[in-house]
Write a protein that binds this ligand. Structure first.
Ligand code: PEP
Length: 234
């Protein structure tokens, strides 16, 4: 059983989500399906698909115009939230420290955080991939975490670019993350791979050891692209 999470980014309407839920309701799968959607869609209900947000505020409440707290997201019906996505790190200045604070907020409000880590192209070319991944994991996870969390390894240079790392690069990154989590005393934490996942590469990626599922951007927006990813593994 794998976790297949979609990230709709700033796309879609409530009707699009309702249609997607309808189309996914007939597929036969034991995989966990999560759709991380814009805040305006968080109260759309489904028995089969868990709904998640794409970010939360690091603050509990107050004068933070435009921000949405973990409590509000949970109150709207979400069970998960992505935190530290590459685009939030790039456009909103999220750092491992803010990601950790947001993860604390998520856990305090009963949300499972999907914490993203991964290297930029500059970091990759500078030979820093492993350091960035390990520090991302160590610094973004709250200390003494007992509640469930999910990690997503997303090489930032590959997101939305139609590029994917080699099989060996994904395997090496996921082994490092698995070992780091063990060293931190965290067992059973699922680790997803994300960046340019499609129906044609999903099964191979999810066959790599320590890959417990995928985080899918563009290909999660249309059912004819998302369903083959979900059904590519049992
Ligand atoms: C993402 O945004 O998390 C992502 C993985 O995007 P894409 O699948 O489009 O590369």
């Amino acid at each position: 059983m794998k976790i297949i999470a979609g990230n709709w980014k700033m796309n879609g309407t409530r009707t699009n989500l309702e249609n997607m839920i309808n189309e996914l309701s007939s597929i036969n799968t034991e995989n966990t399906i999560i759709l991380c959607v814009p805040y305006t869609m968080l109260n759309v209900k489904s028995d089969k698909i868990a709904i998640g947000a794409q970010d939360i505020s690091q603050h509990t409440h107050g004068a933070y115009t435009g921000e949405v707290s973990a409590q509000m997201v949970a109150d709207a019906g979400a069970k998960y939230t992505i935190i530290g996505h590459s685009e939030c790190r790039q456009y909103h200045g999220d750092t491992n420290d803010t990601v950790r604070t947001k993860a604390e907020q998520a856990l305090a409000n009963g949300l499972t955080p999907i914490i993203c880590v991964g290297e930029t192209m500059d970091e990759k070319q500078a030979g820093k991939t492993m350091t960035i991944i390990e520090s991302g994991v160590r610094e973004s996870i709250p200390l003494d975490t007992k509640s469930p969390i999910i990690i997503a390894y997303e090489p930032r240079w590959a997101i939305g670019a139609g590029l994917t790392p080699t099989h060996d690069e994904i395997a090496t990154a996921h082994t490092l993350i698995a070992n780091t989590l063990t060293d931190m005393g965290l067992t059973g934490t699922p680790v997803l791979y994300g960046a340019s996942v499609k129906g044609s590469n999903a099964a191979e990626i999810m066959s790599i050891p320590n890959v417990d599922g995928v985080l899918v951007g563009g290909a999660s927006l249309k059912s004819d692209e998302f369903i083959p990813i979900i059904t590519s593994v049992k």
